[in-house]
Structure formats: C-alpha cells, structure tokens
Design a protein around this ligand. Structure first.
Ligand code: SF4
Ligand code: SF4
Length: 191
C-alpha cells in the first residue's frame, strides 16, 4: 500500500457509483481539490488545484478528470459522520483507500494538527482500535507525511511517497497484540 494510492476506487461502471447520504452535498467545500493527489493533472497532495476557483468551484467542471468525477469522501457517504466532519469545517478528508480496506484521514496541511482535535481524534482512535484486529489500518496523511494510528500508539513514519510500501505486521506480546511497521522504499505496488 502506498499513500499515493489512496484515492478512492474509481470505476466507469455506474453501478459502482457510491451511495450518497440523502440531503448531503459538497456545497462550498472544495477540500478534495486541495488534499487529493490528481494523477491526471500531475497535482501533488496538499496544494490547491490550479483549476479550483475560490467561492465558485471547479473551473473545468465539464472536463474535470476521472479521478475528480469518481471521488466522494466518506462524509458524503456515511450518515454517521455528523456536520462537524464536513471536510471544509474539519480540515480533514476521510476516505477508504484504493485497496478498499484501510482508512485514510487526509489533513489540510494548513491545519496539520486538525486530526488531533476533539471530537476527531477520539473517533479516529476508535476506528483504529476496532479495525486493527481485522488487519485494517488507519492512516493520517499530512501532505506526504504519514502517521499510522494503531490501538496502542500513533507512529509517525515520515514521508511516504507513491513508490513506497507500508507493511504492518502483528504478533502476540505479553500484553496483547503488538504491531510492527516497516516502510519499504521505492517499491511500486500495483493495485
Ligand atoms: S471533500 Fe467531500 S464534501 Fe468536500 S468537495 Fe470533496 S467530496 Fe465534496
Ligand atoms: S480539476 Fe476541478 S474537481 Fe478536479 S481537483 Fe481541480 S478544481 Fe477540483
């Protein structure tokens, strides 16, 4: 898994279009236009897209790339995330990684500690505690910096590029499960 792989699953199949919570709309939010890496535009994570027009939206809406057309953050898809989780308010975009398993909380680099505030941190930690036993993990990304949120600790693993691969293994220790993290550099992982 590479953090750069962490855009939501993309499909041309209309049946794969995710279910949006009734009544929920992006409105004035454009956080994914800053936080996402857009392959087709060669846009890195954490910087505004050159086509984003403040207060108006996408300047190339009809011609926007497939990645943009397919993306809906978890706030749009999960009714349990309240209004405080709307990305332009939370300064966080929550999404399922392309592997369909791990969760990624992408932080607006202008507010790098946004994920540590409450109520956000408490729920992020609960996600980590509930999912690690099923080999699903929670990552916080701030630009290319990555933090693995585990049940027993938050581990800052530094810069993780698109060709890097994060491997998390589990073993049983005296006090329960112990998680080991290894970052393999320069290994392109196909998904
Ligand atoms: S981050 Fe979510 S709510 Fe905001 S514009 Fe993107 S899809 Fe819409
Ligand atoms: S192309 Fe449009 S929708 Fe896509 S990131 Fe840029 S401004 Fe946002």
């Amino acid at each position: 898994m590479s953090v750069e792989d962490a855009q939501n699953m993309i499909s041309n199949n209309p049946r794969d279009i995710p279910r949006i919570v009734p009544g929920r709309a992006c409105g004035s939010c454009m956080m994914c236009c800053k936080i996402l890496r857009i392959e087709e535009l060669d846009k890195p994570t954490g910087v505004w897209c050159k086509h984003a027009v403040t207060g108006k939206g996408c300047g190339i809406y009809d011609d926007r790339p497939r990645t943009c057309r397919a993306f809906f953050c978890n706030w749009m898809r999960d009714a349990s995330l309240g209004p405080e989780w709307k990305p332009d308010r939370a300064k966080l975009v929550v999404r399922v990684q392309r592997n369909g398993t791990n969760l990624e909380v992408s932080v607006d680099p202008s507010f790098p500690r946004a994920w540590t505030r409450q109520p956000y941190y408490a729920l992020i930690k609960r996600w980590a505690q509930g999912s690690a036993q099923h080999r699903r993990y929670v990552f916080v990304s701030i630009g290319e910096r990555t933090i693995v949120v585990l049940p027993d600790r938050d581990s800052d693993i530094g810069r993780v590029g698109r060709d890097d691969h994060v491997i998390i293994t589990r073993r049983v220790g005296p006090a329960g499960l112990v998680f080991d993290i290894e970052v393999k550099r320069g290994v392109l992982v196909k998904t």
